[in-house]
Design a binder for this molecule. Sequence first.
Ligand code: FPP
Length: 238
Amino acid sequence: MAKPKSSPKHVAVIMDGNGRWAEMRGRPRLVGHHAGARRVQEIVKACPDVGVEYLTIFAFSTENWKRTQREVSGLMRLFRKYILKEAKALLQAGVRVRFIGDRIKLDEKLVRMMDDLELLTADNTKLHLTVALNYGGRDEVTRAVQRLAFDVSQNKLKYTDVDAEVLGKYLDTRLLPDPDLVIRTSGEARISNFLLWQSAYSEYEFIDTLWPDFTSEEFKAVVGRFGTRERRFGAVKA
Ligand code: FPP
């Protein structure tokens, strides 16, 4: 497929439906997450073909700790396995990996692997892949406001200088542009605490396909549709 005329520079994805995909097959939910991880690899590869420069994926939310211990530890094992298995391929493919979310609750070994992968891929520019892990939009804004308030208390910042741009610099996403397009798979039309601040003017696509069935062809078609949308950012048509 040719590059669309106007590609979304930054696509963010809520990868929903892994559990249902597995349950429909009479398999444990973790089998769905493993199938989901294979789709991640495929979609990462597809991004440069369609002009997407930033891909942000919701891998684990601040609410996902409420799942069974078995599912949570299985997901954490999967993240470690993914980093271990994919680091070299990501480096060679020119992908720069970043993680957003609160690392405090994550296992030390996983955090070390995340830090190492960020460092290893820091010079890459072909695709900026951001993995949201223990991430929640409200949690991110809360942590940002805490840091900002601390700087005000230290006289590093005047409270009258705080505006949206300044607050944006305290967010986990400070180095990323806002997402142009947010995709959620599996037929649910909710934001679920994902990039609440950053998606103020994003376009949304709610897709019925379950994440493990979401092929790179379907991804490219969704990205291609973005070119037909008219974005006004609150202004009237020129
Ligand atoms: C939501 O589906 C999915 C998750 C909470 C986990 C997403 C994780 C992956 C796709 C694994 C791979 C990720 C990386 C970065 C390697 P769900 O379990 O809520 O599905 P359901 O709504 O059908 O129950």
